[in-house]
Design a protein around this ligand. Structure first.
Ligand SMILES: Nc1ncnc2c1ncn2[C@@H]1O[C@H](COP(=O)(O)OP(=O)(O)OP(=O)(O)O)[C@@H](O)[C@H]1O
Ligand SMILES: [Mg+2]
Length: 436
């Protein structure tokens, strides 16, 4: 354990309330003597994965019974998924679970598990309103999870093999996305249902929210996303280095490619890739009398996928970093990352938390997730999270993210998105649910 402060470590250890911690150790003993606990029961249930297509279909004609059944899906799904993750944490060696950051996450998960598992069936709109309040509380409270997980994993990197730690981190982050997706989707559906434009008996969806079903944006246009994220990346760079000459961002290819997607996920990935590219180009051409070369984005649409290639001439990825690009726990900059993470107490992992705050964009082209405005982080603080986190997001909806570095020249990033609106979407089957 490498926490810099032993006292904090001890407090953190105590935070995993001792009786609960010991009971969790007992739970690791094999049956038959061990009595079944609530956690055992819930951990034995299978998660019921949902696809983006189902999310959309479900919310399209939103009626009271549908909203209630969505609430009950979330009500049983959250404790099931939390129980699986609690089991994962329990299976780590004792010294790792005792890490203050990881024990904090464990405690938060346990609290949420205990809270959700006892909620009785939701039967009315009033029940649902109360349920939504609990959901919002949980989402808000869990904003500390990402930085704590990241710090815990870095601090424990010498206690378990780094590959194990990365696997653990990937599983937990993916599960976190999955829980937030179902929770935020239900909150968004409830908002839509309660909005003055929603008529329960109407099948006419030409209201103001018609482009969104909950959090799913039906008309995600790749070109617009790239342009919007590009502007944010440029604004951020302008803010941190006002004298910098910024590279232009040129978009080519299938400029009409449109598909349904959770906009905040796509914006996060594209935003992080462009932020890296802009940063690299600006750093390389800082002292050059010539304008920096542009960043070129190529969009390619196939029947199943949309592929985006982001090419920059920022000099490529430094050799000493390249092998650790996708790792949460390895690499040469551990100490700086830990210090930087310590300055980011809460993180939602959305592009909005990096956004220049005064910017106002019209509702049609910009959809703020319900909790996006609650966190913010300095954009120039390098956490080493951008790429690995982007890959978790990309793979979550069965896509992929690859980088090719051309030493001394630049980087090509390839993002492949599954067009989940079509018939052959793979999320439900793929998620044989080590994913959740
Ligand atoms: N397009 C690029 N050109 C050159 N180097 C890059 C590029 N993209 C990433 N890198 C290198 O890879 C490192 C890791 O990138 P990553 O986005 O994961 O984290 P970060 O940028 O350091 O921090 P964060 O994104 O969390 O603020 C970067 O610090 C940078 O050195
Ligand atoms: Mg980055």
């Amino acid at each position: 354990m490498r926490s810099s402060c032993p006292a904090r470590r001890w407090n953190g250890f105590r935070r995993v309330s001792q009786s609960r911690f010991y009971s969790s150790v007992r739970e690791q003993q094999p049956p038959p003597w061990r009595p079944a606990t609530a956690l055992d029961e819930w951990a034995e249930r299978q998660a019921r994965p949902i696809s983006l297509r189902q999310l959309t279909f479900f919310g399209r004609t939103l009626t009271e019974p549908r909203l209630i059944s969505s609430a009950n899906y979330v009500r049983t799904e959250l404790p099931t998924r939390l129980a699986h993750r609690l089991r994962d944490i329990q299976q780590l060696p004792y010294v790792v679970v005792a890490n203050p950051h990881l024990s904090l996450v464990y405690e938060l998960y346990y609290k949420a598990f205990e809270r959700f598992r006892v909620i009785p069936e939701i039967q009315s709109l009033d029940d649902n309103d109360r349920f939504c309040d609990i959901l919002r509380d949980m989402l808000r409270e869990h904003l500390v999870v990402i930085p704590n997980l990241a710090m815990g994993v870095l601090e424990c990197r010498n206690l378990v093999s780094p590959n194990e730690m990365d696997k653990f981190m990937n599983t937990l982050l993916r599960a976190r996305i999955s829980r937030r997706v179902i929770a935020e989707q239900h909150l968004a559906l409830t908002d839509t249902f309660n909005s003055p434009w929603h008529f329960q008996d109407s099948h006419d969806r030409t209201d103001l929210n018609a482009d969104f079903v909950g959090e799913v944006f039906l008309k995600c246009k790749a070109k617009q996303v790239v342009e919007r994220c590009g502007r944010v990346a440029q604004d951020l760079m302008r803010r941190t280095s006002s004298t910098a000459q910024l590279p232009e961002i040129i978009v080519q290819g299938h400029l009409d490619a449109t598909f349904p997607y959770i906009l905040s996920h796509l914006e996060y990935i594209v935003g992080e890739l462009l932020r890296n590219s802009v940063q690299a180009v600006v750093e390389k051409y800082h002292d050059s009398p010539h304008p920096p070369p542009p960043i070129e984005v190529l969009i390619c649409e196939t029947p199943q996928h949309v592929i985006m290639r982001i090419s920059d001439q920022g000099g490529g990825i430094p050799q000493e970093i390249l092998p650790y690009l996708w790792s949460f726990s390895k690499g040469p900059r551990t100490q700086t990352r830990l210090e930087n993470l310590g300055r980011v107490p809460a993180m939602a992992a959305t592009m909005q938390e990096l956004k220049v705050p005064e910017r106002k964009v019209e509702r049609d082209s910009w959809h703020e997730g319900s909790l996006d405005s609650l966190t913010s982080r300095p954009p120039n603080l390098r956490l080493g999270m951008g790429l690995p986190m982007s890959r978790v997001y990309a793979e979550y909806w069965a896509g992929s993210l690859e980088l090719h570095s051309l030493e001394g020249y630049g980087v090509d990033a390839f993002l492949q998105i599954c067009k989940l609106g079509n018939k052959n979407e793979q999320v439900t089957t793929r998620a044989a649910m080590d994913a959740v």
